[in-house]
Design a protein around this ligand. Structure first.
Ligand code: FAD
Length: 484
């Protein structure tokens, strides 16, 4: 009899709860399985650049598992609804007695897992589901009244207290090798059906070993200056670990442990860079907890019900310009082009470009959320939705609707010399550090013809007034009570 481990967004051998549990009895045979679901992934707007990273990471996982005498079986099941049948088939043909997996918290994923549970339990298998995607499981950090936190700062305080009670993040070891390999691993395809598009193995090397190197590299160097550099897109100041966290090539506990070790164990005191970085990992936890507490977030619904009454603009031309990085606002265009060319966008620019779409263009945040998912190598429903609803002022603990980013001020503050703009909008490279943020202000005679929009697609002042009116009309977030 063997244990079957179903890998999903946990593509690693170290600190993998389901794998560690399945291997607890050293004498038992263990098999791994991964189900390719390209039709479902397309419905979920997964980006080709992300699927490519998954496949390359899966190939390394298969080799790492083989070294433990755990063969990885790979099946294509098209959509989630075929997962129960595919798993039962493999479990039966390999004489498995139990299925182990780490929980995924999105609504469709939970429904799929409920079906898997039913079908496999009816087939006589034990089911072992584990919390692994977060350092503290969703539902375990609640207010004194037992409700989910909806504001980040008190959530973080309670989360840290809980983590300290637990003695910090506990890392599970790589399992010891099984006595023998029950069969050969399946080959891992290098392409998934229907995912032609951007691939950047140069920027996003696959595999757990690379993710750990990236973590080590960051924590032994750049983390110290993270607080100063994290908002400057022209500087390599952040960890760029998000793609690896999204597919589970590294765990949040490993990230926390590394940051805590670099900070003498301090969560909220010590080196400001470490403290700030830990806080960002807690933001990730916050958004994952929220989608479990409020499943409507996975179903295209706003957190703030009243904002469902906002009549966002239909503007195919404006949306098209934003999607191509041709709005005429250099920092916004550089941001979107970074996404299109690399599959990743700097956090400050995710906020700036999302604000521009939802406030200056007044286009529904769901359009931007989908566009990001379709292009992001780190696409993650909880964080993406959280970020978009924050920017659109429809989310919990979101930016108040009247605090609208001025893209030019953002540009001057976070890219003062235009270094980042020059990299992604080379048409503007000849402009000086003052002109580059708002090229439309350069007198026409002085301006050499540029292959760049002559003026922005939206007038910031007029757009601001439109947003204020629309939000006031639905009676949300009175500015006089803003800072409460
Ligand atoms: C509109 C919008 C959309 C976003 N979409 C995604 C997404 O699809 N996937 C995703 O992983 N992040 C998303 N984020 C959050 C954030 O922008 C990225 O996590 C971050 O830029 C990743 O870069 P990094 O790994 O260098 O982060 P670092 O600054 O090194 O932070 C470390 C880790 O903390 C987490 N983190 C950091 N900032 C945030 C945040 N604001 N919210 C949640 N987690 C955070 C990430 O896991 C990140 O890898 C989005 C933010 C916005 C505003």
């Amino acid at each position: 009899m063997a244990n079957l481990v179903w890998f999903r967004s946990d593509l690693r051998t170290r600190d993998n709860t389901a794998l560690a549990e399945a291997c607890a009895d050293h004498s038992e045979a263990v098999l791994g399985i991964f189900l390719l679901a390209p039709d479902q992934w397309r419905e979920h707007d997964w980006a080709p650049v992300k699927v490519d990273l998954i496949l390359r990471t899966l190939a390394e996982l298969s080799r790492d598992l083989a070294a433990l005498n755990i063969p990885l079986i790979v099946r294509e099941c098209g959509r989630f609804k075929h997962a129960p049948g595919a798993l039962l088939d493999v479990a039966r043909s390999h004489g498995c007695r139990a299925l182990y997996f780490n929980r995924e918290y999105e609504v469709n994923e939970q429904r799929r897992d409920d079906q898997v549970r039913k079908v496999l339990a009816a087939g006589g298998l034990e089911i072992h589901a584990h919390d692994d995607q977060t350092a503290i499981p969703p539902g375990a950090v609640v207010t004194q009244q037992g409700r989910p936190y909806t504001v980040f700062t008190p959530f973080k305080k309670a989360w840290i207290a809980r983590m300290v009670d637990r003695g910090g993040p506990v890392i599970r070891d790589v399992p010891v090798p099984r006595p023998a390999m029950p069969r050969e691993p399946d080959p891992v395809a290098s392409e998934a059906r229907g995912f032609d598009g951007l691939k950047r193995p140069d920027l996003w090397p696959g595999g757990e070993s690379h993710a750990l190197r990236r973590l080590d590299d960051f924590v032994s160097g750049r983390i110290a200056a993270y607080k100063q550099h994290r908002d400057i897109p022209g500087v390599n100041g952040t960890s760029t670990l998000s793609p690896y966290l999204a597919i589970g090539a590294v765990s949040p506990r490993q990230c926390l442990r590394a940051a805590l070790d670099a900070n003498a164990g301090g969560f909220d005191r010590g080196n400001p860079g470490c403290v700030h970085w830990i806080s960002e990992i807690v933001w990730r936890e916050f958004y994952k907890h929220l989608i479990v507490a409020f499943p409507r977030l996975c179903m295209g619904r706003a957190f703030k019900f009243e904002t469902e009454r906002i009549r966002w603009r239909e503007d195919p031309e404006g949306f098209g310009a934003w999607c191509q990085g041709r709005t005429g606002v250099p920092i916004v265009d550089a941001a979107v082009r970074q996404l299109l060319q690399t599959g990743w966008m700097h956090n400050r620019l995710r906020m700036v470009s999302a604000m521009y779409l939802t406030k200056d263009l007044f286009i529904d945040w769901r359009e931007g959320e989908r566009f990001f998912m379709r292009h992001l190598v780190d696409g993650d429903l909880a964080s993406n939705n959280g970020g978009w609803q924050w920017s659109a002022s429809t989310g919990t603990d979101a930016a108040p609707y009247f605090r609208i980013f001025n893209p030019v001020s953002q540009s001057r503050t976070h890219d003062p010399d235009g270094t980042f703009i020059r990299q992604f909008v080379p048409e503007l490279a000849s402009l000086d550090r003052d002109e580059i943020h708002e090229p439309w202000t350069i007198p026409a005679l002085a301006r050499a013809p540029l292959d760049y929009p002559a003026r922005p697609v939206a007038d910031h002042a007029a757009s601001r007034a439109r947003v204020m009116d629309a939000f006031r009309a639905i009676g949300t977030g009175d500015p006089s009570r803003a800072d409460r």
